[in-house]
Design a protein around this ligand. Structure first.
Ligand SMILES: [Zn+2]
Ligand SMILES: [Zn+2]
Ligand SMILES: [Zn+2]
Ligand SMILES: [Zn+2]
Length: 591
């Protein structure tokens, strides 16, 4: 099959369907998509909520709970123990399929009555205000992660301890404001680094220790502003650095940004990859257009996926096979299409929401565990199931769902975003594709106005002590005003508190009090990352210097005085200031 160019139903941009894509659609027995890659991802992300948490009551036991849904949702919301109890039966909501009505319209009717679980928190102890996590202990306001301890305000950290304000971290300890680091400890303000100790304001450092304000380092120690010193000299330089002061941190951050501009970037962050394109890809083979994936093979258009093969259009999952258009899923699961929240050990699911625990052969079901051969939560025999599913697929093509913006949904499309139980700005779609309220409404999605709570007695962030040493214990009773004061589009809560474990961490690590609320801090970290997009570009290495003349090569490259001819796909847009090198030129410089 040849490459085909199509026009996206949603954004109207043209997009390519590659021969490899067609092969996959054939294997999965699905039609090719009508939305482009980005619109498909955005549509799925609209079905995942990580950070929008509300106080409400469990609709069964009436206890006060924290939930992803505020009071007043059409569907009931149950606490974890009620949802997993035998006090209710998801099959009691079963409906007959009505061939006179559209599939998605009927799905919405089922959605409005079946109880939903309050949070996605599994096997965790003392983890208040967390969501989309498993196997954690003593964590606070962390989202999307597993196997962590004593950590706060993080996004997607795994196997970590004492990590605060971390973003995409694996196996770390005692880290503050770090992004994409692996197997590191005692780090402050560090990005894209691994297997290192005692770093501050560093970027792209591996196998190193005791470095400050440096980048592009391998197996180095006692490096200060990219210069090597003796231990004694380094300690003396470091004795003049005080990270406990807010003013100092602002100045260091500025220098850090300038330093990063002068260092070189590899076109793609990767380790042990074969024939793969995207960003942050580790131990991968044949992965195309993938972001933050590891131990994977034959994936296309995947985001935040581990231990998975032969799948396409998937995000936030682990251990999957033959998945297509699925959000939040995995753990020994196979052959799942157009579904959300499908795990563990599930197989042969289509159009399911919260199909869990060994369920298999379900179509259009919600909240079923250990069930099989059900359609719209109604039990059938295997024979009946197979024949009705075939008829429904045909019916979906004959009577497609047409939304208010004239987008057409036949069999083969993921759930429309407006059917999501979350408003657009409560979902992670807002993290990746941030929109203003008018744009959300214009596109036919839902928007929730964030509560305009006022805290007139809140401590102004400008009045906080500059140095952590000046902070008294009574700060734990204070409400602190976020410096953004809701004037941003970042789910700003307008005020925040400091918790005891957090104060202790800041004192041990010599970190000043934050001036922004946890949500605004999260969005500042997102802003530092490249978008989930690829641009075709040329290596910026030109003879002895980088194209912008800022970086001077330290060694002669294969292309000598000529421009490096190598081209690649990268998440660095052409207009960005970073110096982006091909793998060969980068490896010449960073060894
Ligand atoms: Zn599109
Ligand atoms: Zn804020
Ligand atoms: Zn090059
Ligand atoms: Zn070069």
């Amino acid at each position: 099959m040849k490459r085909e160019t199509k026009q996206c139903q949603n954004c109207k941009a043209s997009f390519q369907i590659e021969p490899e894509d067609f092969k996959f659609y054939e294997k999965m027995q699905v039609p090719p998509p009508t939305f482009c890659y980005e619109c498909r991802l955005q549509r799925r992300l609209a079905w995942r909520n990580e950070r929008a948490l509300y106080s409400r009551k469990c609709d069964l036991c009436k206890k006060d709970i924290i939930a992803m849904y505020p009071e007043g949702t059409p569907f009931p919301v149950y606490c974890r123990s009620c949802w997993y109890s035998d006090k209710w039966d998801a099959l009691s909501y079963g409906m007959d399929y009505n061939f006179k009505k559209n599939f998605f319209v009927q799905f919405k009717e089922l959605q409005n009555v079946v109880p939903r679980i309050n949070l996605m928190v599994d096997n965790s102890i003392n983890c208040e205000y967390t969501n989309q996590i498993a196997n954690c202990k003593n964590c606070y306001l962390i989202t999307s992660g597993s196997d962590n301890e004593d950590s706060m305000y993080t996004f997607r950290i795994l196997y970590s301890k004492n990590v605060v304000d971390g973003y995409l971290m694996l196996k770390n300890e005692l880290c503050y404001e770090c992004i994409e680091c692996m197997e590191v400890s005692r780090l402050k303000f560090v990005e894209d680094s691994s297997n290192s100790l005692d770093l501050g304001f560093c970027h792209d450092v591996r196998g190193s220790n005791n470095c400050f304000m440096s980048s592009n380092l391998r197996n180095a120690s006692y490096i200060f502003e990219n210069k090597r010193y003796s231990k004694r000299e380094f300690d003396e330089l470091m004795s003049k650095i005080d990270t406990g002061s807010y003013k100092n941190i602002q100045a260091y951050k500025k220098t850090f940004e300038e330093m990063k501009r002068k260092s070189i970037r590899k076109f793609m962050n990767s380790k042990n990859t074969i024939n793969s394109v995207g960003q942050s890809i580790n131990f991968a083979k044949n992965c195309y257009h993938c972001f933050n994936v590891a131990n994977v093979e034959n994936l296309r258009y995947a985001l935040f996926v581990n231990d998975t093969k032969d799948s396409m259009d998937i995000n936030n999952g682990i251990s999957m096979e033959l998945f297509y258009e699925v959000c939040t899923a995995g753990i020994n699961a196979s052959n799942v299409k157009f579904s959300v929240d499908a795990w563990p050990e599930v197989r042969n699911l289509e159009y399911c929401d919260s199909g869990r625990h060994g369920s298999h052969d379900l179509f259009g079901c919600i909240g079923l565990q250990k069930k099989q051969y059900c359609i719209f939560n109604k039990q059938y025999s295997k024979k009946e199931y197979d024949s009705i599913v075939l008829k429904i697929k045909k019916h979906m093509d004959e009577m497609p769902y047409i939304d208010t913006k004239s987008r057409i949904y036949k069999y083969g499309e993921f759930f429309p975003a407006e059917l999501s139980p979350f408003p657009y700005n409560d979902s992670v779609a807002q993290d990746v594709y941030p929109l203003e309220k008018v744009q959300v409404v214009e596109r036919g999605y839902h928007w929730r106005d964030v509560d305009k709570k006022e805290y007139p007695s809140a401590l102004k962030s400008a009045d906080l002590p500059d140095h952590i040493n000046e902070v008294k214990d009574d700060i734990l009773n204070a409400i602190i005003e976020c410096a953004h004061r809701k004037e941003c589009n970042e789910r700003c809560t307008s005020a925040f508190r400091i918790i005891p474990m957090e104060l202790e961490f800041y004192r041990t690590m010599r970190i000043p009090l934050p001036r922004l609320c946890p949500n605004c801090r999260h969005y500042q970290r997102i802003k530092q990352r490249n978008p989930l997009k690829l641009w075709h570009r040329k290596c910026m290495c030109q003879g002895a210097k980088s194209e912008n003349q800022i970086y001077t090569n330290t060694i002669k490259h294969e292309h000598s005085a000529d421009d490096c001819p190598n081209e690649f796909e990268t998440t660095y847009a052409p207009e960005r200031p970073e110096i982006v090198y091909c793998g060969k030129c980068y490896l010449k410089e960073v060894v």
